[in-house]
Design a binder for this molecule. Sequence first.
Ligand code: CUA
Length: 418
Amino acid sequence: MRLSHTPLRLSVVARLAALAGLPLLSGCFWLDGPQSTFDPNGPVARHQQDLFYLTCWVCLVIFVIVGSVLAYAMLKFRAKGEAKDFPDPVEHGHGNPLVEISLIGASVLALVVIAIPTFKEIWYSFDVPVEDKPNAYEVTATGYQWWFKFDYPNEAAQTVDMTGKAATAPFSTANELVIPAGRPVKINLRTVDVIHSFWIPKLAGKVDMMPNRANHLWVEADKPGYFWGQCAEFCGESHAVMRFRVIALGPREFNDWVSAQMLPARKAAAAEASPAAPRAQLASYRTFRRNEAGTSDAFDAAPLDSWREMQKAPAAEDAALIAKGRQLFSTKTCATCHTIRGDGYIGVVGPELTHVGSRSTIAAGLLQNNRDELHRWIHAPNEVKPGNTMWVKGYVANGIKLTPEDEDALVNYLESLK
Ligand code: CUA
C-alpha cells in the first residue's frame, strides 16, 4: 500500500519543482527577448551589463565561501548523541582576533571592488563622453499619461505660423523614437504630469522623468535595429501599457526619415483613387477583446522591416474618403488635441499625427499600426488603454458619435499620413 504512494508523491514533488523553476527559466534562459538586458545593443547597456556581472561574481564567491564554511561547521559540530548526554551548556570562546579582522577586511575589499566600477559606470552613463560630444545627436522625450512625445529640437520642419505664413519649427513625433545608429544620442527627459521612467532595456536605462526637474540620459545603438521601450515607474492605471519603440537607422536612411518628417501632412492625390478596391471596410463589426495583443507574429519576427514597409506610400487609396476623414477630424473634435502640420490642426494634448501613417505602432507602442487596430483604437480606446484622455476627456466623454462610415473615413485619413 505504501509503495504504491511513492511514485505519486515523487511526481507531485517533481511537478512542484518544475513549476517553481518556470519563472527562473523564463527569466534567465530567454536571454534575447525584446526587453532583455542580457542582450545589450549599445555601449551604455553593455557597461551596465558588465557591472551587473561583476556584482554577481563577487556575490557568488562570497556565497560559496560562506556556504562552505557553514556546511563544514554544521557537519563537524553537529550533536553526536542524545540531548540528555550534554546537560551542561557549551563553553563560550572569545573568538579569534585574526579571523575577525580578516573578515572585516575581506568585506570592505568586496564592497570596494563593487563600488569603484559602480561610480565609474554612474559617471559614464550620466552623459555622452566628452570626446564624443561634437558627434552627439539630441532629442527630448516627454512623458504623458500614457504615451511619449519625442521632440527633435535641432531640426527645422515646414509649418505655418499663427498668421498663416510659412515658417519652420522643430518637429515632434510620438511613441516611436527614430535615432541615428552608431552615434551617441542625448535624450532630455521631461514630464507634463506625474513621474515616469524612461527605459530601453537593450540600449540603456532607466532614468526617471520628474516634474520640474531636467533629467537626461544617453544611448547609442551599435547598428540599425528596432528596440522596445517601456515606462518603468508606476504612473497610473495604464502604466503597464505605456510603451514606445526606438528605431535606429544608418546615416542615409536616418537623413531620409528626417527629411520626410519635415514635410507637412501628405495629400492623397485624387488620381490615385481606385474605385475597384473600395477602402471602406466593415472592421467595426469585428469584436475586440480587452487588452488583446495588438501585434502579429509576422510583425514581431521582423519589426524593422515592418517599420520600413510603413514608410512607403500606399499603392491605391480613396482620395474622396480620405478628404471626408480630414474633415471629420475637425468636426468630430479630434483636432482639439492633435496636431497635423499642413492641415491646420494644432492641438497639443495628444500625440502629433502629421506622419502617423508611417509609424509601425499606435497607442504608445501597444498596437500594430494597421487598419484593424486603428479602427479598434478609435472605436473604443478605453478597451485598449484604460483611463486614457481620448476616452475620459475627449470625444468619447463628450458624447461625440462616430458611425462605422465615419470611423472608416478617419482610419483612411490617418493611414494616408505617411
Ligand atoms: Cu508612465 Cu509608468
